[in-house]
Write a protein that binds this ligand. Sequence first.
Ligand code: AMP
Length: 272
Amino acid sequence: MRAVCGIAHGTGKRLGLVPSMGALHEGHLSLVRAAKGQCDVVAVSIFVNPTQFGPNEDFAKYPRTFDQDCVLLEKEDVDLIFAPSVDEMYPPNAVTVVTVEGLSNKLCGKSRPGHFRGVTTVVSKLFHIVEPDVAFFGQKDAAQVAIIRRMVRDLNLPVQIAVCPIVREADGLAMSSRNSYLNPQQRKSALVLYRSLMQVQKQFEGGEHNSAKLIATAKEVFAEEPSVRLDYFEIVDPGTLGALSDVSQPALVAVAAFVGKTRLIDNITLRL
Ligand code: AMP
């Protein structure tokens, strides 16, 4: 991978990287299309990264659809697919990690200890292997975006970060590889995440800027769907991920909830 990326660099080509865990859907493909639009050579990595999963999470059962992913990426005319094995990415006794202190314990980092450390470690490894000019991430994982931006800034990594909007199903559910875990009943219940965000947006547009009141509204929406267990509903600064008491600046409204055993996330940004 290093050799082939080196050739792209050597010939002055602009190289884009789309990191992914595979089980590709339209959300991933939107990043690929953005990369194709901005870069001469596009690489997609497919790696289900064990270090970002907790001991009781879904690493073993995470959907792996490599052959289908390759077909989709060939259709998009992707130049390079990087799908390393776990052993290749983590040699024996690998003990070095990258942690973005103070951000990686916020939002999903609170309920998934160690998750963001796994993400920043693997993403920095991918950046060193590929040395992309631009790397593409989805706004779907808004905390991940804040944390990776901070890592890139703090460690002077020579890569530009591009962020693409959330791609949704027709009814509003944010696309996710984990949606494949949902049975038809759960698929309907899962819409409560989007509904709560839309209700908050409506109330915000109606003049309510107090975070506690907006969050209370969201919790009422969740109360109507008792089969879904709310993990968090927060209104935070999109850069620091710190809680905002009111929305007087752009604010990230982020939600995570369990639908059965499936943990889903979603978010919107509110601007005055
Ligand atoms: P994953 O395979 O879940 O690690 O996701 C790989 C990349 O795709 C991440 O940057 C995600 O934020 C992005 N992504 C996943 N789902 C969506 C979506 N529905 N819309 C936009 N980007 C997404």
